[in-house]
Ligand binder design. Structure first.
Ligand code: NAD
Ligand code: ISE
Length: 339
């Protein structure tokens, strides 16, 4: 079966995922595209032989669409995801699931009422080979009980539109999801402190930021978010357990020796760093739909959890580094909890 995907939002990542679905992943076709910019939707649709639709609602209702991919701006995600659930269509939503906890809970409630999983959230790091090796090792118990996580998330630069809260909402949200999954533990508090600011930033931005999280079982996480580090896109993660530690590998790269130096290049953006993870993410999503199964990646509850934890981090940032307790509802049985 070929899964016919309709894409809402044909911007940077939308076009990259369209390329992936049409050129990399087998068993998928992009049959419908919509964008607020109708000319862009028409141009991208024509490129892949799809139909351009005027709105997300029209696209979701189309019989040409089996599954929906939401790659529009964050504040519009909830509306499209809720419409897809109402139409009983699987929906892959790029992060964030929604920009407010209330909207995330509306999605959770709608999916539970539907009775079967339809929603997957685009936290692609769970599909990265290095993180998966870390997860296997941690689950094996060979490092003993995890105690501490040290992480860094560095981007070379960010545009003027990137503001201080986005360090949590847009950037650290990836570590927040990844650590919940790696540790199989819940984050219960957040604190954000700001060291001396780099001079290489737009004046309104607090950069870098140091985020400290505590999990239910007492693991402490320190995360440096530095989005104007200049030198490249650099993701680091090390988890220390009672019997050893595990570190995320750097991407494979040739070693170069020249002019009295030796080294490897540093990647410059998330597209290159996580290209294989994105490919795997979509292969597994399409495969689950094609075989009539439920999506197996991050679910709507993970989307909700990430949003309430980033909310706590933003509250800490805005209150000069107070420790903020995460205000999370009990996890329903539908998502593996007890409520
Ligand atoms: P973008 O601005 O390049 O593209 C968004 C597109 O959506 C634009 O073309 C815009 O016109 C369109 N759009 C907005 N609202 C719409 C609506 N209601 N209906 C139809 N079209 C609409 O943004 P982007 O960088 O591609 O980011 C899109 C989403 O992907 C964001 O939620 C972002 O957080 C996420 N993202 C995820 C990653 C990742 O690493 N997983 C990386 C980058 C972006
Ligand atoms: C961007 O939206 C992403 O999701 C990238 O993975 C992240 O590294 C970057 O900081 C965000 O702005």
């Amino acid at each position: 079966m070929t899964v016919r995907v309709g894409v809402i939002g044909a911007g940077m990542i939308g076009q990259d995922h369209i390329r992936r679905l049409t050129e990399v992943v087998t068993g998928a076709a992009v049959t419908a595209v919509t964008d607020l910019d109708a000319a862009r939707a028409a141009e991208v649709a024509a490129r892949v032989g799809a139909t351009a639709f005027p709105t997300g609602a029209d696209l979701i209702a189309s019989p040409e669409v089996d599954a929906v991919l939401v790659t529009s701006w964050g504040p519009t995600h909830a509306e499209h995801v809720l419409n897809a659930i109402a139409a009983s269509k699987p929906v892959f939503c790029e992060k964030p699931l929604a920009t407010t906890a209330e909207d995330c809970l509306r999605i959770v409630d709608a999916e539970r009422a539907h009775g079967r999983r339809l929603v997957q959230v685009g936290f692609m790091r769970r599909f990265d080979a290095g993180y998966r090796q870390m997860k296997d090792l941690l689950d094996s118990g060979s490092l003993g009980t995890p105690l501490i996580a040290h992480c860094a998330h560095r981007n070379p630069t960010v545009p003027d539109a990137y503001h201080s809260a986005m360090a949590a909402q847009d950037t650290a949200v990836h570590e927040i999801d990844t650590l919940r999954w790696l540790l199989d533990d819940e984050i219960v508090s957040a604190q954000v402190i700001t060291p001396r600011a780099t001079s290489k930033r737009f004046a309104h931005l607090k950069d870098p930021q140091i985020m400290l999280f505590e999990t239910q079982s007492g693991v402490r996480v320190d995360l440096e978010v530095f989005v104007n580090c200049q030198y490249g896109y650099d993701i680091q993660c090390e988890i220390v357990g009672e019997d050893g530690l595990v570190r995320l590998p750097d991407p494979a790269a040739v070693g170069v020796r020249t002019a009295g130096r030796h080294g490897t290049a540093v990647l410059q953006d998330w597209k290159g760093r996580f290209v294989d993870a994105f490919d795997t993410e979509f292969r597994e999503w399409i495969n689950a739909i094609a075989t009539g199964g439920e999506p197996t990646g991050p679910n709507a509850w993970d989307g909700y959890a990430a949003t309430v934890i980033t909310d706590a981090a933003v509250r800490s940032l805005e209150s000069d580094g107070t420790v903020v307790t995460v205000d999370m509802k009990p996890r329903p049985a539908f998502y593996g909890g007890t409520a």
